[in-house]
Design a protein around this ligand. Sequence first.
Ligand code: C2E
Ligand code: CA
Ligand code: CA
Ligand code: CA
Length: 274
Amino acid sequence: AKSKGKNTFHTFTEELFLTVHAREKTKRALQFALEHAEFELYYQPQLKGERLVGVEALLRWNSASLGSVRPDEFIALAEDTGLIFPIGQWVLEQACRQAAIWKEAGRPLRIAVNISPRQFAHPEFLSQVMNCLRINNLPGDLLEIELTERLVIQDLQAAAAKIKQLLHIGVKVSLDDFGAGHSSISYLMTLPVSALKIDRNFVRNAERSKSGQQMIQAITAIAQAMDVHVVAEGVETEAQLTLVSSLGCEVVQGFLLSRPITVEQLERWRLENH
Ligand code: C2E
Ligand code: CA
Ligand code: CA
Ligand code: CA
């Protein structure tokens, strides 16, 4: 089922993922990936006006046995099997190392890292973060942690306490896919996060409907009340950029500005754009 060009993901999902056999196969492939350095981090620029304010690290897996597999296809399995712990650890280490390289080169840039619920809930998570910062001699404010509502809702008190500790060491925390879940807004508002990231679907809907626009306005109003930034994700067109900006989103991320790219491509991008 591999190496069929454009249909690879489709075939992969349908034929393989739904069976136990496939899960076993993917699990073994994930283990292999960790041991054979098949993972890579790509970085997607986040802009405030013309200014590059950070990048989001996005995991890419080029598997010897399965071909290229997108995170949406394997993160869930990694969480189920517990492999998310070593994978998440690798992502965190890699991101901190890269942030340190940029800082030492005199071009500091904050890296946002996606943290899965299980990884965040792990009792060692905080010391993991602190170790990564210390080993790389990296100030906390060059690291951002992206959490999803799903995670936070499970245990709000515990999440809030952990977020406070992260903020205490300077690490930024943002709420990803904001508005996409079903969590109570008043709950979320008690969290001491630094930013809300508006789910890509809202950006798309805003272009099509008045109620879509009102949704974004509502989120920016919440952000203002919480005194945090808003990041609009998945901006693909100039029209969307104009719209989300007019609705109060300061920071923007999306294919219009740049796709997720390699470190080398990002270096070039920075030279050309800044
Ligand atoms: P996410 O955190 O919401 O990341 C944004 C996703 O939207 C990325 O997909 C990105 O490539 C995509 N994207 C960005 N701009 C645009 C745009 O303008 N249009 C469209 N159509 N898409 C855009 P990606 O890289 O496939 O990642 C999917 C999800 O996998 C992420 O969603 C995140 O939840 C998860 N993920 C990715 N990397 C990691 C990781 O290192 N650890 C964990 N735990 N999860 C990860
Ligand atoms: Ca994210
Ligand atoms: Ca998101
Ligand atoms: Ca998402």
